[in-house]
Design a protein around this ligand. Structure first.
Ligand code: PMV
Length: 345
């Protein structure tokens, strides 16, 4: 193959939502605002290269995951490129080669679409800049475009804690892109998340289907109203550093996300018996020791075990002594709040 005309490489992390986004309107517009923190060790690293294409052809895409062709990812990326072509005509002009890898298995219950789509968008925007595209705010535009690929990806372009969705208490917030929350208490600056893998492999119901069931969900409007209130509360708690109030909000959000799944039509359950065993174990231990241990869940069976840096040694012992026995082949991933994407030269 001839040399690439343009090339760019970005490393972009995944994120975990604390107030959940579940349900969207056309154009990837969320029904309610959400807050997440960006992870550090769970990231995608993507090289995007642009090659000359035959004049009569539309753009084409090839994708390598860990160096091997992965055609199953191409339809989602093709649809993403088609949706952003009017904003960024450059996508229509080339043959694109995407070489990507994740530091975590893509079926481990960590949003690989958030890291993957944000890494790809950052590469695309870097190439666009090199070929004359002007942007006032590179990262905000990356958030705007990533959202179109995968809603939660728009929160991954910043480090720390981030909010997405129009909300009266979040100055500058928008349904179109995420913003960084800068009033965050130091206790959360290095907040820890150990992802306990209880189930690997594809989910029985994808997030896209889950989102689509919200349109006619019996609890939809109360969920959206409640989530907006949770955003207000969590924003305050993140600023004050009140761990007890934080835990209450975050755990209730995790269970409400799954309650929405369990009461969809058709209904479904993504938790496994080990998911509940871990939650009970965390609750029991917290009651005994009065520590900062908490959990959240993504749209899957795996548990994000959350704790402050000050409790790290205790958390490690607790994982080894109790939680590991519930993990699939004893697997877990240690992570914590991260500082956001980096460009690799
Ligand atoms: O970005 P999506 O379409 O993969 O949806 C993400 C939904 C949750 O991860 C369950 C919640 C969230 O806010 O990230």
């Amino acid at each position: 193959m001839t040399d690439a005309l343009y090339s760019s490489c970005w490393r972009s992390p995944s994120n975990i939502a604390l107030v959940k986004y579940w349900g969207k309107k056309p154009g990837q517009i969320p029904f309610n605002a959400s807050i997440s923190f960006t992870l550090s060790n769970c990231y995608s690293e993507t090289i995007l290269s642009a090659f000359k294409k035959a004049d009569h052809l539309r753009f084409s895409i090839e994708l390598l995951l860990d160096g091997k062709p992965e055609p199953s990812f191409i339809p989602k990326i093709k649809s993403f490129f088609e949706h952003i072509e009017s904003e960024m005509p450059l996508v229509g002009k080339y043959h694109w080669k995407i070489e990507t890898r994740n530091t975590f298995p893509h079926s481990s219950g960590i949003a690989s679409s958030a890291s993957g789509m944000s890494a790809l968008t950052l590469c695309l925007l870097s190439i666009a800049e090199k070929s004359g595209h002007k942007t006032d705010d590179f990262i905000r535009e990356a958030s705007f475009l990533s959202r179109i690929g995968s809603g939660s990806a728009c929160r991954s372009v910043y480090g720390g804690f981030n909010e997405w969705g129009l909300h009266p208490d979040c100055h500058g917030s928008s349904d179109l892109f995420a913003i960084n929350l800068d009033h965050v208490h130091p206790v959360f600056a290095d907040y820890c998340d150990t992802i306990l893998i209880v189930h690997e492999g594809p989910k029985t119901v994808s997030s896209s289907i889950g989102h689509s069931l919200i349109g006619h969900h019996v609890f939809a409007s109360s969920r959206f109203e409640h989530a907006q209130k949770q955003v207000s509360k969590l924003k305050g708690v993140l600023a004050s550093g009140d761990i007890e109030a934080f835990t209450g909000i975050v755990e209730s959000e995790a269970l409400m996300l799954h309650a929405m799944m369990m009461t969809s039509d058709p209904c479904f359950i993504l938790m496994k018996p080990q998911t509940l065993a871990i939650i009970e174990s965390i609750w029991e231990y917290r009651k005994q020791k009065n520590n900062s241990f908490a959990f959240t869940l993504d749209a899957g069976a795996n548990v994000h075990f959350l704790y402050t840096k000050a409790d790290e040694a205790n958390a490690r012992k607790f994982i080894k002594d109790e939680l590991l026995s519930y993990c699939h082949q004893g697997r877990f991933i240690d992570d914590q709040v991260g500082s956001g994407p980096v460009q690799i030269s």
